[in-house]
Structure formats: C-alpha cells, structure tokens
Write a protein that binds this ligand. Structure first.
Ligand code: NDP
Ligand code: 2IT
Length: 449
C-alpha cells in the first residue's frame, strides 16, 4: 500500500472513524486518496476548501424497509439503500444491486467510485448507488415483481430525471428495471422515461445499453494494446463471471479476434480450449437464468467444469474480472503473472484487491481500473437519458460508435492526465486524478454546499 500524503491522512482517519466496519468503502477511498498526492501539491485550493473531505461524505444516505410476500404467503423483510453521493456534475446516477452481501459499506464503495467514473465519461451525471440485501436466486418472476414494487414504493420519492436516475447492477437487469419503472409510473402518474435507464428497447431503453459495459471494457483494453502497437486480435482471454458484463465482454472479445477460454459463476468455472460458445453461454445464463455448470454439461467433452479452484489459474494473455469486488487476490495475480498475462481489465467494480494490483503492476502487467474500463455501461445510460430527453431513438450501430468513441476518450484522458501529473502510463492515477479534478472544480465553483 502506498502511504498517503500528510494532508490526506486525517481525511482518511475521519473516513474510518465515521464509517466503522465498512471495509469496501475504506478500500475504495484509500485507493483514490493514494492517487491524489500530486494533486494536493499542485492544487492547494482543494485542500483549503476541504473538497476531499466533502467528496468522502455522501450528500444523502437513504435506508428503508422493504416488506414483501413470497409465493408461500410468508412476509419477508429486506433492507433497501440509496446513497446519493455527489451531484456536482449532474443528477445522481448509478445502478441498483440486489445481492445478499449488500450492506451500507458496499453501496457506499460503489457510489464513491461512481462519482469519478461518471466524471470520466464526460457526460453530465453525478454519482450514486443503491440496492438491497434481497437474494433474487431461486425466486419466481412474481416474487421478483412484488419485491421490486415494494422497493420502488419507498424509493420513488427520492428519484426523478433531474434528481436521481438508477439503473441495473448485479442482480438487477431488464426484468427488474421493467417492474421498477412500472411501479414508479403508477405511483407518480408520469411517464418519466429518464428516471431509470436500462429500460426495454421497445419502451424507451437504448439499443446497445445491455451490451455496453462488456463491450466498453473490451474497447478500453483494445485501446491500451493499440497504444503499444498490439491489439486484441489473436489473444487468449479469461473472463470471470457470466452475468451481464461478462457475457458481452465475451462477445466483443470474439468480434475483435480474441478467443475466450474460460468463464465462471459463483459455483465454479468452465475451461474450453477451443473457445467458449457465446450463443450457448447467453442462452444458458441470460435466457434460462441457469448455472455455468449447465453450460459445461451441454458442451460435453470439449468443456471442463471445475468447482473448487481459481479461474485465474487458466493461462491467458488478457484477464477480465467481470464478477464482483475483490475476486482477484494476490494468489490469483501471482498465477496470472506466472502464466504470462499481459493485460488485466476490470469489467467489475473493484474486483482486484490492492495487493493484487501492486503485484500485477510491479510485474509490468498493463492494468485498467474499473472506473475507466467499465464506464461504458453508465456512459450508455447517459446516452439513453439523452434519447429520452429528446424523444429520439438511435440505431444500434450509431450508439455503439458513440460508446467506442467515449471509451477511446476515457483512455486518452487517463494517459494525458497521468503524463501531466508525472506518473506516465499509470491508468489508476490517470483515472482517479482526472475524475476527481473535474468534480472538485465543479464543487469549488458552487461554493460550500
Ligand atoms: P450480474 O448479476 O449480471 O452477474 C454477476 C456475475 O458475477 C454472475 O456470474 C455471478 O455469479 C458472479 N458473482 C456475483 N457475485 C459473486 C461472488 N460474490 N462471487 C463469485 N461470483 C459472483 O451482474 P453484472 O454483470 O451486471 O455485474 C458484474 C460486475 O460488474 C459488478 O461488479 C458490477 O458492479 C459491475 N458493473 C456492472 C455494470 C452494468 O452495467 N451491469 C456497469 C459497470 C460495472 P452467480 O450467478 O453465481 O451469483
Ligand atoms: O457500476 C456501474 O457503472 C453500473 N452499474 C451502471 C450504472 C448506470 O447508471 O448505468
């Protein structure tokens, strides 16, 4: 771990003190503060105005009860969250996560990262995140609907196209956004398309939003390779997870000439030397909502399913962690380096532990932080908001082109900022500094609020 600049140490101590037990939030804050030493030296006005302290404290945190009735008639209680972190650049924007591991520390880490990610996209969106400890696994469609309706019955009063605009994240996809939007519309009596993104493409959703995060991650990694005279073409790729981000990272990796040899879920991973079959993967995971084990069973002898073990043991040139936070640890990083990995691109949020990031970077592996590499999803959400505001609808090709341009722009911005602040080639510092300064300048301009 890099030690913090003396003026940042009390800021971090205060974050620890005020947010006890929220380890993921501490980790996310520390990672950004580590990058800010050259900023503190060059921009003392940020310190004088306590910008960093203010950025670490959410503007608003909402916690609420979500009661619902399961298919057996049993009343269930979950906890709902929305952390409205920062609105200096636009309405709060960020996904909703439904997963049993969700608690305030997870929502805050995600909301905090979202501030800088959203700034990096260059779109007018602030940072927020929400979700619930509700576990959608094994729940019927009707249970999911009743849960979403109850969740929105409280959340709606905090939302609005100019206030707070949620979207999907782990456990929240098109189906859930549909139920959430329906309940919002019913309660408010407003067809306010721009209040949620990730909507169905026949009722206000943007084409290419479903694909955007995975595609964007691959576009970003391709940019990194191209900047070094290489390309995605011909590379062996390992993608962890098999949800929304992973599935479309797999598809775009193929389209750019790579071969994806392994994917996973929380039960295990599958290795297939001849290449994972994208269509079957999408069918099993997205359409049937099945397990990766079923994919392996259907593929027969070409695929191996491994229940206990680490996907990072599979040799590859490019590793794309697309499942969850802290899934790639020091042991995983060591295995990747031992097998000659060239690039690690974070499709998930904070999937690489700080120790693993250090190990990868000191071994000369190109490392793309999630804030930059997975920003394609939220950027395309902003494109959806743009289409909703103008009551327009763009083609898939046009939207994907915009996404590719945005990812190229973020890549350029990371490199230029890293160079400017004396840390050339450091994508982590480039992303953190660039996103931070944009938010900080807006906050300075708006006074102490
Ligand atoms: P999904 O719910 O669609 O898929 C999540 C995938 O990750 C599943 O394969 C799941 O396996 C696996 N997974 C989740 N939690 C764990 C865990 N604790 N251990 C092992 N595997 C796990 O989510 P998304 O694809 O949307 O999101 C994946 C990541 O990408 C998250 O970090 C999210 O925050 C981030 N992200 C998502 C964006 C989006 O637009 N959706 C945008 C930017 C980032 P299983 O089914 O077994 O649980
Ligand atoms: O982590 C993320 O950037 C997302 N889950 C997408 C958020 C969004 O508003 O599209």
């Amino acid at each position: 771990m890099i030690s913090l600049h003396p003026s940042l140490q009390p800021v971090y101590a205060e974050v620890l003190h005020r947010n006890p037990g929220e380890m993921e939030f501490h980790q996310a804050v520390h990672e950004v503060l580590e990058s800010l030493t050259p900023v503190v030296r060059r921009r003392p006005e940020y310190v004088e105005a306590s910008i960093i302290e203010r950025i670490c404290e959410p503007e608003r945190q909402i916690i609420f009860r979500v009661p619902w009735v399961d298919d057996q008639g049993v009343v269930r209680i979950n906890r709902g969250f929305r952390v409205e972190f920062n609105s200096a650049l636009g309405p709060y924007k960020g996904g909703l996560r439904f997963h049993p591991s969700v608690y305030l520390g997870i929502v805050k880490f995600l909301g905090f990262e979202q501030i800088f990610k959203n700034a990096l996209t260059g779109m007018p969106i602030g940072g927020g995140k929400g979700g619930s400890d509700f576990d959608p696994k094994g729940r019927s469609d009707r249970e999911i609907m009743r849960f979403c309706q109850s969740f929105m019955t409280e959340l709606y009063r905090h939302l609005g196209e100019y206030t707070d605009v949620p979207a999907g994240d782990t456990g929240v996809g098109g189906r859930e956004i549909g139920y959430l939007f329906g309940q919002y519309k019913r309660i408010t009596n407003r067809y306010e398309s721009g209040v949620l993104t990730g909507k169905g493409v026949t009722w206000g959703g943007s084409l290419a939003r479903t694909e955007a995060t995975g595609y964007g991650t691959v576009f970003f990694v391709d940019q990194m390779l191209r900047a070094r005279g290489s390309a995605f073409d011909g590379k062996r790729v390992v993608v962890s997870g098999s949800g929304n981000v992973a599935i479309y990272a797999v598809q775009k990796a193929y389209q750019l000439g790579g071969t994806v040899v392994a994917v996973s879920d929380s039960g295990g991973y599958v290795v297939e030397e001849s290449g994972i079959d994208f269509e079957l993967l999408r069918e099993v995971k997205e359409v049937r909502r099945g397990r990766i084990k079923e994919y392996a069973e259907e593929r027969g002898s070409t695929a191996r399913y491994i229940e206990d073990g680490s996907i990072w043991d599979v040799p590859c040139d490019i590793a794309l962690p697309c499942a969850t936070q802290n899934e790639l640890d020091v042991d995983g990083a060591r295995a990747l380096v031992g097998n000659g990995v060239q690039v690690v691109g974070e499709g998930a949020n904070m999937p690489t532990t700080p120790g693993a990031v250090d190990l990868l970077r000191s071994a000369g592996v190109l490392f793309a932080p999630g804030k930059a590499a997975n920003a394609g999803g939220v950027a395309t959400s902003a494109l959806e908001m743009q289409q909703n505001a103008s009551r327009d609808r763009w083609s898939f090709e046009y939207t994907e082109e915009r996404l590719a341009d945005i990812m190229a722009g973020i890549h350029e911005r990371c490199l230029t900022t890293a160079e400017e602040y004396g840390v050339p080639g450091d994508y982590v510092a480039g992303a953190n500094i660039s996103g931070f300064c944009q938010v900080a300048d807006a906050m300075l301009a708006m006074g102490v609020i």
